[in-house]
Ligand binder design. Sequence first.
Ligand code: HEM
Ligand code: NAG
Ligand code: NAG
Length: 315
Amino acid sequence: MAGIGIAMLIMWCLTWCMASALSVKYYEQTCPQVEHIVAGAVHKATMNDKTVPAALLRMHFHDCFIRGCDASVLLESKGKKKAEKDGPANISLHAFYVIENAKKAVEAECPGVVSCADILALAARDAVALSGGPTWEVPKGRKDGRISNAIETRQLPAPVFNISQLEQSFSERGLSLKDLVALSGGHTLGFAHCSSFENRIHNFNAKQDIDPSLNPSLAAKLRSICPAHNKMKNAGAPLDSTSTTFDNAYYKLLLQGNTIFSSDQALLTHPKTKALVSKYAASQKEFHRAFVKSIIKMGSINGGTEIRLHCKLVR
Ligand code: HEM
Ligand SMILES: *[C@@H]1O[C@H](CO)[C@@H](O)[C@H](O)[C@H]1NC(C)=O
Ligand SMILES: *[C@@H]1O[C@H](CO)[C@@H](O)[C@H](O)[C@H]1NC(C)=O
């Protein structure tokens, strides 16, 4: 009996312990230039387009939350089979070309060695660092997946989620309430379309048109940008007052009802998450430290099986 138990444990470990053993030195022998190449591609793109860092950070998050960090978010739809990219939650995902360009440059130096998922994880780190955020050593050795289904983007947390729904979405992926608060700090960068927050400014509930937890002056501003039955597809608002700087303004705004999503506001509805919001609002250093810990944890959710040669195609 004990023998079978141990054999099963070894089998289990062969699939999981090995697969999840990421290492910061993973490409030290096989592609020492990878970090430099990816950083160059992110830097170049950001110089031309200030929205690139936010896009790359969100792309990495979406990647990791569906099928693990396996670059499935990068795959293109094939005929009728719609990929994640064309799924319901794809709104605002962009800058895929940055990963494509980095991959091309990496393949020229070290063919067939570096996964698209690792390139995306590196690019997300570089995006944060370039925006004045912290930097960190990225554990690498992820593999790419072959499957990407539009319908699975439904597994992403939605901006209308309350705290219990957020907690469940994160815990299903091995992430804690602390990770939830720290990673929500990603909303210090970027932009949201009206459709992502219209629940708070029109028909909030049977009694109120506007979410009472939303600061009234922000509510008025958002309503003028996004009138009911808004037809302007590209209209929307920045996620925080310094939306190209990776600072802790998001948490300060959150305490004043000045963040955009219900899911941000929800962080104040649980004593534990509320305390963490206050902590990160008081100390940018604590936020940065916690963010690094949590994004490394999120980045190690594993999924893939191979190294793709083109990030948007499976062979
Ligand atoms: C906690 C659950 C989360 C929810 C419900 C959520 C939801 C959203 C939504 C609805 C948008 C706007 C999409 C649009 O209207 O264009 C957005 C944008 C963004 N999210 Fe999140 N998000 C969550 C967690 C995260 C995490 C963990 C990160 C990264 C650490 C992140 C980073 C971003 C960034 C950077 C943007 C701006 C993207 C851009 O400007 O291109 N989010 N998020
Ligand atoms: C998002 O999905 C829509 C609808 O399928 C598609 O037209 C659009 O190109 C997709 N966006 C991206 C960035 O792939
Ligand atoms: C969150 O929403 C779900 C689904 O609507 C509901 O069942 C649950 O009671 C809500 N939890 C909180 C804390 O509001």
